[in-house]
Design a protein around this ligand. Structure first.
Ligand SMILES: [Zn+2]
Length: 189
């Protein structure tokens, strides 16, 4: 049985899918890269034994960040960098979802809408968590955009919890907030 990969799924289904769905150019480019990665479509080179006993073709990689064949190492390195930035305290995992009614607007203005969404997320979390009712501190935030499902996943780093900058009463207050988190923060990690 042939191995099923994301590439084979795209090769089988994407040509028909793109005929019937409105897709932005960056999505078509990503799909094209995934389908063509390490195939004859991207060219390659031959490694051969000088005596002609053996030859092997190496096709070029697409190097697209959405390609699982190419991006694994990049992804692991990115995760390690983010891990190193996390503070030694609890974090909240917050998900913001764009209302579906705005999807057409998003598809027509990806760059502008992405900027607006990140600004809205930053301002919302900044305002809420600065409120003494919730945390009374300025949060650090790591945000990542998931464009396939059009959600923004946000890691909120509660800088007010770090001993270097937080007085002990702030720590006690933060512990209370942790047990009764602000309403929009759905679950602590
Ligand atoms: Zn690739």
């Amino acid at each position: 049985m042939a191995l099923v990969t994301l590439q084979t799924i795209f090769q089988d289904a994407f040509p028909a899918y793109e005929q019937t769905h409105l897709l932005p150019m960056h999505v078509r480019r990503a799909a094209r890269a995934i389908m063509q990665c390490r195939t004859a479509a991207l060219g390659g080179h031959v490694q051969a034994c000088p005596d002609g006993h053996m030859a092997r073709i190496w096709y070029n990689s697409c190097r697209h960040r959405a390609c699982p064949q190419c991006a694994y190492l990049q992804t692991e390195r990115w995760l390690a960098r983010q891990q190193a930035r996390l503070l030694a305290c609890d974090h909240y995992h917050v998900i913001f979802t764009l209302p579906h009614d705005l999807n057409p607007l998003w598809l027509a203005n990806v760059s502008v809408m992405t900027t607006l969404l990140f600004q809205a997320v930053r301002d919302t979390l900044g305002s809420l968590l600065a409120d003494p009712k919730y945390l009374g501190a300025q949060p650090g935030i790591i945000a990542a955009l998931h464009t396939w499902s059009q959600t923004v996943t946000v890691q909120v780093m509660k800088t007010g919890l770090t001993p270097q900058i937080a007085p002990s009463d702030r720590l006690r207050e933060a512990e209370t907030v942790q047990r009764h988190p602000a309403e929009p923060l759905r679950r602590p990690l």
